[in-house]
Unconditional design. Sequence first.
Length: 281
Amino acid sequence: MMNNESLVLRVAGRPVGRYIARPELAPTLSPRPYLHPVTTLAGTAVTELSPADHLHHLGVGVAVPDVEGHNFWGGRTFVRDQGPTELDNHGAQRHAAFQLRDPDGFVEELRWVAGGAELLRERRTVAATELTDTAWALDFTFSLTNTTSGPLSIGSPATNGRPGAAYGGFFWRARKEAEPPAVFTADTEGEDAAHGTRAGWVALAGTGWTLVFAGATDRTRRDPWFVRGAEYPGVGSSLAHEERLPVPAGETVVRRVVTVVADGRLDRAEAAALVRKAVSP
């Protein structure tokens, strides 16, 4: 099913995700397109939309807390020497057009607008691929082009003075359960070990589901992972970890993250094997 507002991703004929292109959201949530619900092949939901703990967490998408001082993440803005602060600085990602719409993916153009002006133009490419009878992969690429006449830069709470909070970029808000998910990489165990690392992949394993996130280009793999498990389950790839990311006028930032969505609790070897299959050239 497709229309101008949403489309359904399918793998082997089974629906695995709904993409909302034109959501109706409060300005303070930094309105933006998102995928929700995303499910395993058996139908287990592995995303959350506007959960009580963070109303501005919107399934799977791209969210950036600081583009030249404008908030495309939602909620409060971290201000140096002041902390999280309610500001009237929210931007919006506006769907412009689908260049391609197929049952297993799409190519979309978006406009990142704040203060009445376009700051960035995005080309978003999303594809769903079957890996096994119990696992599929969501391949998510975004390209951000500075369409202003001057330089822009992307920041995070970390670059604005909040240690350990380098969120901003691709972000997946996962399903919250009674117990936090297990967190592991190829050679580490636990949220503290995975957070802030440049691991090839990082996994969240919950009750009957596992998500394995992998940077799929050399440039993406240089971005550290932002990982939450205990407070809430979520994983992102950090565009601005230690310093702001400059985007000169006319230049483009490209990142690609492939996420394995599997039924059951994968072990390390199973996760690694599925990543290799999902990210193979």
